[in-house]
Every structure is written in structure tokens, then in C-alpha cells.
Design a protein around this ligand. Structure first.
Ligand SMILES: NC(=O)C1=CN([C@@H]2O[C@H](COP(=O)(O)OP(=O)(O)OC[C@H]3O[C@@H](n4cnc5c(N)ncnc54)[C@H](OP(=O)(O)O)[C@@H]3O)[C@@H](O)[C@H]2O)C=CC1
Ligand SMILES: CC[C@](O)(C(C)=O)C(=O)O
Ligand SMILES: [Mg+2]
Ligand SMILES: [Mg+2]
Length: 337
């Protein structure tokens, strides 16, 4: 099965420039979308609750900030970039009352539509522009003249032009520079959740921490363990990013490559693959979504505990000390680029 990939020449920026866009939320994705759309000549307004701590940031960046309800009332296109767990309440209170035929409801991730937490009326477009990367890098790449690939999907095409509008939006944030892939809310949601849990965030973080623990528990210096298991991982992944696993294997020594080929499958073995399948089935069945929504409704006790445990892991203190010696590594996350 091959996918349809769209680039800058396939998208008409004029379609989104002709609309007023409300970006609801000004966090990792919200600031990136809003600033890049504005720089692409789009009329953007931000929607944030009155007491939101993101308000000063958005205002300092020269953006007009209203409440979510006011922004949704003004806009033709409403992009919801609040946390996934906040979206259903936000939708009921502020967005739904301000929808009207001909408007478009956009998402940066399909969670709330895929799991039926939000059910929009039939007379609005429902589409998704989901960057495949963290928001601060979405913005940084746009500013650098590059782009982060996006997934684009239409759940409901009331206007008949929802896909073209979503593609225009993707162009406005730099996504079509790298490629926008046509998909569905279901496919985006399930692959995104699986990827962040099993590979990108959960799998990678656990691999790094466990490698660090094995070396330091065996008596090796934490600094050496840090460089070996975390710092150098970026350099290795950079090679994969540029030329695939094959380029990484070309660049490392034959000794490393033999160790990779003979030992890698012992680390990520059949049991790990089976656990990954289990994680995917929890995503597909909605079990993960139900668990996460319940955890949030309950005040996030496990989330807070696990987050604190992660922050207290010895690799963090070691890394902080070493990164302070490398001015080029700790590039601050900003709301501009
Ligand atoms: N983080 C990422 O890079 C990616 C995120 N996504 C998706 O993008 C969406 C946004 O995620 P992310 O950028 O991480 O979110 P963040 O947590 O970084 O930011 C959330 C923003 O929404 C605001 N907010 C919180 N509650 C409400 C509310 N009830 N009404 C309006 N605004 C609110 C927050 O304000 P305050 O400062 O006051 O808390 C903040 O400005 C999610 O759907 C996520 O899955 C998709 C791809 C990547
Ligand atoms: C990998 C995590 C992510 O899916 C992302 C940056 O794409 C997220 O939800 O933040
Ligand atoms: Mg993602
Ligand atoms: Mg995600």
C-alpha cells in the first residue's frame, strides 16, 4: 500500500490566507502553528482561558489573544491545540456553541475524534494537520526554511474542500516543505500513540536509562555511562535520520556493527516484540485512552509519581553537569524558534 505525499507545489496557501484561524492553546504545537501561520500571511487569533499562563507569551509575540469561546466565534478555522485530556471539556464549553455551518474544526492529533470524546455536528469540516515532531522543532525548522513532515486527514468533508484547506494549513506551518501524507484520524492516532509509547519516548527513554543503570551498577563512571548511552545516541540517530540504519552501520566500526547485528536482537527480543504488540492492542481497543482519561480525571497521581521518579534518576544530574560544559548542546526551548 503506497501513501499519497503532498509538497509545497500541491498546496494553495491562498485557501488558508482567505480564512481567519483560531489557534486554541499556545503550548508546544500552538505557538509553532500560530507564529508560522502568521509569518505565512494568515490572519491568526489565539484562544486561551483568562488565567492561562501562556497568555503573556502569546501577547509578547504580538498575537491577539481572546478566550477560546471568543476566538472560536470569530474564526472560520478552529485548530484545537490544547492538551488532549482538556479538549472534550473545552469543546463542550467554548467551541461547540460557536460552530456554524461552513466552519472548520482542525486537530493536531486525532485522539478526541478517534475515541469519540468529541462529536462535531455534520455541517462543519473536521480535519487534522499533525506534525510528526515536537512543536518547538516545528517552529525552528520553519524559521530555518525547512519543515517537519505532517499527517493530514479529513474526518468530515461538509464543504467539499476540507482536504485542500488542510493542505493549505500544512503549507502555512512548513509541513509541505518536507511532505504531507494523507491518512485517517484512526491511522494517525493509533500509530502516533504506539510510536511515542513503544519507540520514541517510552522505548527510547527506558533503553537509555537501563543501559546507564547497567554500566553504573557495574562500577563504571556515570559520566562515561552518560556519554555512551545518551549523548552518543543522538549522533547515532542523526546518521539514521540522514541515511537510514544502513548509513549508521556504514559509519560505525565493523566491531560495532558486528555487536549491533549479533546483540541487538537479544536486547529487543521476541518478548519485547510481544509487549509492543500488547501496547498496540491497548491503543487499538481504546484501553489506553480510557486509562489516560481516567488518570487525568483523577488528578494524575501516577503521572506525577512517575514524572518525579524520572526527574530523580541519576542520569539527569550527571547529564546536567556534563551539558553545562557544552554550550552548543543545551539550546533553550523558546516560543520563537
Ligand atoms: N507536543 C507536541 O509536539 C505534539 C503535540 N501534538 C498534539 O497537539 C496538541 C497540543 O499538545 P501540546 O502542544 O503538547 O500541548 P501543551 O501542553 O504544550 O500546551 C497546551 C496549551 O493549551 C493551553 N490550555 C490548557 N488547557 C486549555 C483549555 N481548557 N483551553 C484552552 N487552552 C488550554 C495551555 O495553556 P496553559 O499555559 O495555561 O497551561 C497551553 O498553552 C495535542 O493534541 C497533542 O497530542 C501533536 C504532535 C506533537
Ligand atoms: C513523539 C511524541 C509526540 O507524538 C510528538 C512530538 O510527535 C507527542 O505527542 O508529543
Ligand atoms: Mg507524534
Ligand atoms: Mg503524540
Amino acid at each position: 500500500m503506497s501513501v499519497e505525499v503532498y509538497y509545497d507545489d500541491d498546496a494553495d496557501l491562498g485557501l488558508i490566507q482567505a480564512k481567519k484561524v483560531a489557534v486554541i492553546g499556545y503550548g508546544s504545537q500552538g505557538h509553532a502553528h500560530a507564529l508560522s501561520l502568521r509569518d505565512s500571511g494568515v490572519d491568526v487569533v489565539i484562544g486561551l482561558p483568562a488565567g492561562s499562563k501562556s497568555r503573556p507569551k502569546a501577547e509578547e509575540q504580538g498575537l491577539r489573544v481572546l478566550t477560546p469561546a471568543e476566538a472560536a466565534a470569530e474564526a472560520d478555522v478552529i485548530m484545537i491545540l490544547a492538551p488532549d485530556t482538556a479538549q472534550r471539556g473545552l469543546y463542550t464549553e467554548a467551541i461547540a456553541p460557536n460552530l456554524a455551518p461552513g466552519k472548520a474544526l482542525f486537530f493536531g492529533h486525532g485522539f478526541n475524534i478517534r475515541y469519540d470524546l468529541i462529536k462535531p455536528p455534520a455541517d462543519v469540516d473536521v480535519a487534522m494537520v499533525a506534525p510528526k515532531g515536537p512543536g518547538h522543532l516545528v517552529r525552528r525548522q520553519y524559521v530555518d526554511g525547512k519543515g517537519v513532515p505532517c499527517l493530514v486527514a479529513v474526518e468530515q468533508d461538509a464543504s467539499g474542500t476540507a482536504f485542500a484547506l488542510a493542505l493549505a494549513y500544512a503549507k502555512g506551518i512548513g509541513g509541505t516543505r518536507a511532505g504531507a501524507i494523507k491518512t485517517t484520524f484512526k491511522e494517525e492516532t493509533e500509530t502516533d500513540l504506539f510510536g511515542e509509547q513503544a519507540v520514541l519516548c517510552g522505548g527510547a527513554a527506558a533503553l537509555v536509562q537501563t543501559g546507564f543503570e547497567v554500566l553504573t551498577e557495574a562500577g563504571y563512571a556515570p559520566e562515561i555511562a552518560y556519554f555512551e548511552c545518551l549523548h552518543e545516541l543522538k549522533l547515532i540517530v542523526d546518521l539514521m535520520y540522514e541515511g537510514g540504519i544502513a548509513r549508521m552501520r556504514y559509519s560505525v566500526s565493523d566491531t560495532a556493527e558486528y555487536g549491533d547485528l549479533s546483540r541487538g536482537p537479544r536486547v529487543v527480543d521476541a518478548r519485547v516484540k510481544e509487549e509492543m504488540r500488547k501496547i498496540l492492542s491497548e491503543v487499538q481497543s481504546g484501553e489506553f485512552a480510557r486509562e489516560w482519561i481516567a488518570e487525568d480525571d483523577n488528578g494524575r497521581p501516577n503521572f506525577a509519581k512517575w514524572r518525579a521518579e524520572g526527574a530523580a534518576h541519576p542520569i539527569e544530574a550527571t547529564g546536567q553537569k556534563l551539558r553545562s560544559m557544552m554550550s552548543w548542546v543545551d539550546r533553550p526551548i523558546t516560543e520563537t524558534a
